[in-house]
Write a protein that binds this ligand. Structure first.
Ligand SMILES: Nc1ncnc2c1ncn2[C@@H]1O[C@H](COP(=O)(O)OP(=O)(O)OP(=O)(O)O)[C@@H](O)[C@H]1O
Ligand SMILES: [Mg+2]
Length: 307
């Protein structure tokens, strides 16, 4: 049985906003699965449907084998979610927030709460009101709160957004550590590529409500080969790209963002490709591909706008 299964899962909001246009994916038990996409791609809507807070308008989703539309309470009972927006009560202490959530789900012994408090480095804060926590501390509390019911599946919607780099990396370590501790399936959404690469076994790249690629970060990278060429042109980068494609010096995986053209070399030399240009290139460089390239190639300039 898969931990999560989405089949043609669709959400059209009132006003014909097609937020999620029929996505298909399966997440294995114990896997860390990433939904990577720019602002508005449909990540939170997908998480909302999988956690039963948003009603799908088409398709089907199972969490822990339970249909989110037909058996929402059962699907919800085997999973937990840390939403993009904060949901903890700021006037209560961290401990009171966790206890409240534990009671709600009929779970969480004092021992479990103690364990989570220690594991997430909250021991010193737990009896302080949440209003006194920093952003990173509040995030850790929210994760502890989500884990108190011992879920089989944990949903994390942009867990590190708005955190400074040091706290972000600390939190990524915490999340990476979770999977080592137990048989936990994690679905995490992010628009940070390094995060997806560091945490996820597999990543689905979401663009305008559809999945445009789904594979391990390593396999996604491998498709671009071992070396890419990058340069700027003074004129229209898209016509430079079209010219290279016509001469078969660039294929469909080459792309242009702003004035910059990126061409996976796939065994050709940079000189071969540059010789095929009519325009004069500048700022020429070659380098190994990154997940950024995969992402930009599939989603165009939108990530650059979102970042
Ligand atoms: N309640 C709603 N009513 C109408 N449209 C909505 C609603 N919620 C979201 N949308 C739209 O659906 C699309 C997807 O939104 P969603 O929040 O799922 O994106 P996201 O990938 O999580 O983006 P972000 O990275 O900014 O969090 C957006 O175009 C958004 O404006
Ligand atoms: Mg979102």
């Amino acid at each position: 049985m898969h931990a999560i299964q989405a089949q043609s899962l669709t959400k059209t909001y009132p006003g014909q906003v097609e937020a999620v246009k029929g996505v298909d994916f399966e997440v294995e038990a114990g896997e860390v699965f990433g939904l990577l996409g720019p602002n508005g791609a449909g990540k939170s809507t997908t998480v909302g449907m999988l956690t039963t807070t948003i009603v799908p308008t088409g398709g089907r989703a199972l969490v822990g084998g339970y249909d989110v539309a037909k058996q929402p309470l059962l699907a919800r009972a085997v999973s937990s979610v840390v939403f993009q927006e904060a949901v903890v009560d700021r006037s209560l202490t961290g401990r009171a927030n966790i206890e409240l959530h534990a009671r709600l789900w009929g779970a969480g012994s004092q021992r479990r709460i103690q364990e989570l408090t220690d594991a997430l480095g909250l021991a010193e804060l737990i009896d302080r009101p949440v209003s006194s926590y920093s952003g990173g501390e509040r995030r850790r509390l929210e994760i502890a709160r989500a884990l108190v019911s011992e879920p089989a599946v944990l949903f994390l919607d942009e867990p590190t957004v708005g955190l400074d780099p040091r706290i972000r990396h600390e939190l990524l370590d915490v999340i990476a550590g979770l999977r080592a501790r137990q048989e936990l399936t994690i679905l995490v959404t992010t628009h940070y590529l390094d995060e997806a690469e560091r945490l996820c076994d597999r990543v689905a790249i979401v663009h305008r409500g559809t999945i445009v690629a789904l594979d391990s970060p390593r396999a996604l990278l491998a498709k671009l080969g071992s070396e890419i060429l990058e340069f700027r042109v003074a004129g229209d980068p898209h016509s430079a790209l079209a010219a290279l494609r016509l001469k078969r010096l660039a294929s469909t995986d080459a792309f242009a963002v702003g004035a910059r053209v990126t061409v996976p070399l796939h065994g050709q030399t940079a000189a071969d490709v540059l010789a095929g240009l009519d325009a004069h290139p500048a700022e020429i460089s070659t380098r190994v591909p990154t997940l950024d390239d995969v992402y930009l190639q599939l989603t165009g300039a939108e990530l650059a706008d979102a970042a």
